[in-house]
Design a protein around this ligand. Structure first.
Ligand code: HEM
Length: 411
């Protein structure tokens, strides 16, 4: 031994991160990447960002775009125009840059403001009570129940489904199609992997055009009816943009919250000393949710691209360079967090990167937090014996990471 350590090539680390095994536990691989520094420049062709401050700055940096206007997408993923998933995704607000982003965000954003979300509390409490009761019934015989299917998915889609006016009977069948669409966000080698997402997107487009027609004829108390009315009053969006963003809202507000719910429940079961706090102390519960956002985030990485030559923390970045912000690594940056590998719900000034920042800051942040904060006390009050069973696994996905199965028993 000569005392020197050889670092593995960043691209080798990425290859391992993209393997099924790497995705089951990516955190040691982020530490390997971090050993190269907060900014990892791969020959000027790609930059990986592992630092908290660097990710936070990148998300607010005007020279960095969210990457996917059509021209950038042509460079990043040639052939994407043949795929319905990406054709529709590029029409929603998340994959738009200004001025279209600003226009769409203004149109849809009001409905999810912190103030409007407070008014949804009663509805969210009702749905979380129903979800907990369903789980209790599903496991009443003492058998093993899959928490993801029987609780996290049902609850997440129940909330956004009611807000968008999707009838409850249509919701259970949507899980596979939502999952297929989120796969489009992972690094893609073979465009063939997009085909299930393409088919799912086409089914959803047809579904939402029909839903919009129905709600136009017979409006309800849901947000979609409100947006249809606003379009009639001269609101500046097209029917195609309405459908594209309804699909975004359904997918974004189901998959990531489903993962957050599963992760948070798993972390809670693993830390029984926190159950009293979760049952009785809303402030402790809010800290617990923040810490689970930080510790095991449902979104692990975000893509950006340089819109012009610029300097980033002293590193020259040329126009067109893609940057991968490893926000799950930033959430464990030891320069920002004491003992980052320790789950500590009492952390002060937590600020995980998981909900993004800057102009694309998660539109559903307040709703996502409220949904989990409503659920945790009800779950541990009703099911104090909730326990993990064998057989948990994570999906074969890295950008949007979460359990595909989380077996539990409830008594
Ligand atoms: C645990 C739950 C959630 C997580 C971790 C999450 C995460 C994120 C992240 C990381 C982004 C920004 C992506 C980027 O900057 O590249 C984002 C944007 C977005 N999220 Fe969420 N999200 C969650 C829940 C929700 C919910 C409940 C909704 C429902 C309204 C929602 C709707 C959106 C929308 C519409 C955008 C695009 C905003 C824009 O481009 O301006 N999300 N979310």
């Amino acid at each position: 031994m000569n005392g020197t350590t050889t670092l593995r090539d960043p691209l080798d680390i990425m290859v391992q991160l993209l393997s099924y095994e790497g995705k089951q536990n990516p955190y040691p691989l982020y530490e390997e990447m971090r050993a190269h520094g907060p900014l990892v420049d791969v020959g000027g062709a790609h930059v990986f960002v592992t630092g908290h401050a660097e990710c936070a700055k990148a998300l607010r940096e005007p020279a960095l775009l969210l990457s996917t206007d059509d021209a950038v997408q042509d460079q990043r993923l040639p052939g994407w125009r043949e795929h319905a998933s990406w054709r529709w995704l590029t029409r929603n607000m998340l994959f738009s840059n200004d001025p279209r982003h600003e226009r769409l965000r203004r149109f849809f954003g009001n409905a999810f403001s912190a103030q409007r979300v407070v008014a949804l509390r009663e509805m969210v409490d009702r749905l979380s009570t129903d979800a907990v009761e369903h789980l209790a019934q599903a496991g009443a015989d003492g058998g093993t129940v899959d928490l993801v299917g029987e609780f996290s998915f049902r609850y997440a889609i129940g909330v956004i489904g009611e807000l968008l006016g999707i009838p409850p009977e249509d919701q259970p069948g949507m899980r596979a199609d939502i999952g297929a669409i989120t796969l489009a966000l992972d690094p893609i080698g073979d465009l063939g992997v997009l085909v299930p997402g393409d088919q799912a997107m086409e089914r959803f487009a047809e579904y939402f055009y029909a839903l919009v027609a129905r709600l136009r004829a017979a409006p309800g108390p849901d947000m979609t009816s409100g947006w249809i009315r606003a379009m009639g009053d001269g609101g500046e969006i097209t029917e195609e943009e309405l459908v594209a963003n309804l699909m975004l809202l359904l997918v974004a507000a189901t998959e990531a919250p489903m993962d957050l719910i599963s992760n948070t429940v798993r972390l809670a079961v693993e830390h029984p000393d926190h159950h009293d706090g979760l049952r009785t102390d809303p402030e402790f519960t809010a800290g617990f949710v923040d810490e689970s956002f930080r510790f095991d985030p449902a979104v692990q990485a975000l893509n950006r691209v340089a819109s012009r030559d610029f300097e980033f923390f002293g590193l020259p970045v040329a126009q067109g360079t893609p940057l991968t912000l490893l926000i799950a690594a930033g959430n464990r940056d030891p320069r920002r967090f004491t003992d980052p590998g320790v789950f500590d719900p009492t952390r002060r000034d937590n600020q995980p990167l998981t909900l993004s920042a800057g102009s694309h800051y998660c539109l559903g942040a307040a709703l996502a937090r409220m949904s989990v904060e409503s659920m945790l006390p009800r779950l541990f009050d009703r099911l104090p014996g909730l326990a993990l069973a064998k057989g948990a696994s994570f999906r074969d996905q890295i950008v949007q990471r979460g359990h595909d199965r989380l077996p539990v028993t409830v008594k």
